[in-house]
Design a protein around this ligand. Structure first.
Ligand code: ATP
Ligand code: MG
Length: 589
């Protein structure tokens, strides 16, 4: 499948991209130019009921990015209106993720900061005749709601008097009623073609403690009510969200208009008194398409299940599509910002090919990651014409295209480790690496010829013996003599043993969560998504700090594991291979 992403090529791998031109930025530009808004205010509004995934990176880059580009402000607001599913651990992780992606919020807010305002706003709606307390059970509410083709029916409680409604709502708030026995509902239109407008619930009873407000509230506002008012409280000018909220926009506007916070500053007095500056305004909701990437699942619920069922090793398993997982895998913030730029912002739903994600990481790391040598599947090569104990250091550039990265010393000696698959006794056609009697360049060290292949009793190759051409050494006249191949190596006496974790995609099919076949994503897990091997790395790689990324030459991009790596016991994760190995039909196998 080819990518449906609108922009896939020719984007420079840097943040200095040309001014972004998507339809939302166009609206913002016009609103600023016309004077509709003096400044732009946005917010990123996660529900703290799980870890953020790569889809959220798109929303974060858009919300914070627009504020930054237009000199505005972006709040981080936790839409914490579902206490059973929420947790302070998620709140902390989300804060961490947003900062890691490179953004800082103007203010940190919670929907729960505004519970008091929401309550007063609901009371105002009752007084206006715009809301009523309903005693129907959840099941009855469903029956009365109607369907896409049939109108709903009015609740028998719809015509309660304002006094009775005020009394019942106050008693709901006082905790007099059991969960689920009553709701506060908006009085809109049970015949509306938009089901969201058929007297939607605004408040429900839940005698549940909240991670932020403790036992203070036995009732909680519904998302649509809280979200719209949260935006209004914070003076959000452009409330950006994904397309599934398009049908909710009429309700969003209804809430904002009927409550009219901007016209009722007394409603907000409690917030100013608590030191929460408010700029009540009428926000505009604008929807954009979600980020979807094939070979992934991208919903908090499914990611939660993967962890709960032990199918991965926790939230930050490097195969997970959480930001925590991608970070541990070695994805850089710049690579994710680059991905979001390449995908672009539109209203078109599309599925981005996984290679676009990997391509963004390769491009970022190709430009910035220092090079090192590491041997993943080692085979001993002895240079028999060097004396026992021979040792020297060679100077290597850290980056072939970036001199500012300087150089490093690489030890070289008589016994080396090379990759087992850089030698073939019977070479396939077009082979450019080592063969018996053949020559190859040892990266930066000279040209070697294999003289002897040493095998054990079972016929397995245990060692190669070869001769290093003294005329081909660095600085010698024959240093530039042409040979077909160049291979990497490490000095056996100096290399550091390392655990190398070779990760691959978690799923083997493009749509792992397509359940139309009766299967679930559990049936499509890639059995080879993680392999751990022992390799040898040059000393300058072992010294890395956790989260340092390298290109291991000819092998791929790797990162020092942020949890397990120490210089004494190095652990590297493969972030991405050098080339796309899936394009050639790996997925079909
Ligand atoms: P999920 O559906 O995966 O559980 P969510 O939409 O419930 O995620 P929220 O915490 O409500 O998660 O999302 C916070 C913001 O991130 C919302 O504005 C939402 O529209 C946006 N968002 C969520 N998923 C994506 C995605 N795949 N692409 C772009 N934006 C997203
Ligand atoms: Mg949601």
């Amino acid at each position: 499948m080819s990518s449906a992403g609108p922009v896939e090529s020719a984007v420079p791998p840097s943040d200095a991209a040309p001014a972004r031109q998507d339809f939302i930025r166009q609206i913002v530009r016009e609103d600023l130019a016309s004077g509709k808004h003096a400044a732009v205010r946005t917010r990123f509004p996660p529900e703290p009921n799980g870890y953020l995934h790569i889809g959220h990176a798109k929303a974060i880059c858009l919300d914070f990015g627009i504020a930054a580009e237009f000199g505005g402000r972006c709040n981080l607001r936790f839409d914490d209106t579902n206490p059973e599913k929420e947790d302070l651990a998620f709140v902390r992780a989300i804060e961490d993720d947003v900062r890691w992606l490179g953004f800082e919020w103007a203010e940190l807010r919670h929907a729960s900061d505004y519970f008091d305002v929401y309550y007063r706003a609901a009371t105002k709606l009752i007084e206006q005749g715009d809301a009523f307390v309903c005693d129907l059970t959840a099941e009855q509410v469903r029956e009365y709601r109607g369907t896409l083709t049939e109108p709903g029916r009015n609740s028998p409680f719809r015509d309660r008097s304002v006094e009775e409604n005020l009394d019942l709502f106050a008693r709901m708030r006082a905790g007099e009623f059991a969960d689920g026995t009553r709701t506060l509902r908006a009085k809109i239109d049970m015949a509306s073609g938009n089901i969201n407008l058929r007297d939607p619930a605004l408040y429900r009873i839940k005698q549940v403690a909240h991670q932020n407000t403790g036992d203070a509230w036995p009732i909680y506002p519904m998302y649509d009510f809280a979200h719209a008012l949260g935006d209004a409280v914070e003076g959000i000018t452009h409330s950006l969200c994904t397309l599934e909220f398009e049908d909710h926009r009429p309700l969003y506007d209804w809430v904002v208009d009927r409550v009219d916070l901007a016209g009722n500053p007394e409603l907000l007095a409690s917030l100013s008194a608590r030191g929460l500056p408010v700029v009540a305004a009428k926000p505009r909701q604008i929807e954009f398409s979600r980020l979807n990437i094939n070979y992934t699942v991208m919903s908090k619920r499914k990611l939660t299940q993967l962890v709960a069922e032990g199918l991965v090793d926790g939230w930050d398993d490097p195969r997970m599509y959480t930001l925590q997982g991608l970070r541990r895998r070695g994805y850089t913030p710049a690579s994710l910002r680059l991905l979001v730029d390449r995908v672009g912002i539109s209203k078109q739903n599309s599925v981005i090919d996984f290679s676009v994600l990997e391509g963004a990481l390769r491009d970022d790391l190709d430009a910035r990651a220092p090079r090192r040598m590491a041997v993943i599947d080692p085979l001993k090569l002895v240079l028999t014409n060097l004396p026992d104990g021979h040792a020297e250091t060679l100077t290597f550039p850290n980056h072939p295209k970036d001199e500012t990265q300087g150089t490093r010393e690489v030890p070289f000696s008589r016994q080396l480790w090379i990759e087992r698959d850089d030698f073939a006794e019977v070479p396939p056609k077009g082979w450019k690496r080592l063969v018996p009697g053949g020559e190859v360049r040892l990266r930066g060290a000279g040209i070697v010829r294999v003289d002897e292949v040493v095998k054990d009793a079972d016929g397995h190759i245990v060692e190669l013996q070869g001769t290093l051409d003294p005329e081909s050494r660095p600085g010698m006249e024959g240093a530039n003599r042409k040979v077909k191949g160049t291979i990497h190596w490490v000095s056996a006496a100096h290399a550091v043993e390392a655990e190398v974790r070779l990760f691959d995609r978690l799923f083997v099919v493009e749509k792992p969560d397509d359940e139309s076949t009766g299967q679930t994503y559990r049936d499509h897990l890639n059995p080879d998504s993680r392999r751990s091997v022992t390799g040898y790395i040059e000393p300058a790689a072992a010294e890395a700090a956790p989260e340092q990324s390298f290109q291991f030459e000819r092998t791929g991009y790797f990162v020092a594991d942020r949890v397990d790596h120490t210089p004494a016991r190095p652990v590297f994760n493969r972030s991405v291979t050098l080339r796309d190995t899936w394009a050639a039909g790996h997925a079909a196998g």
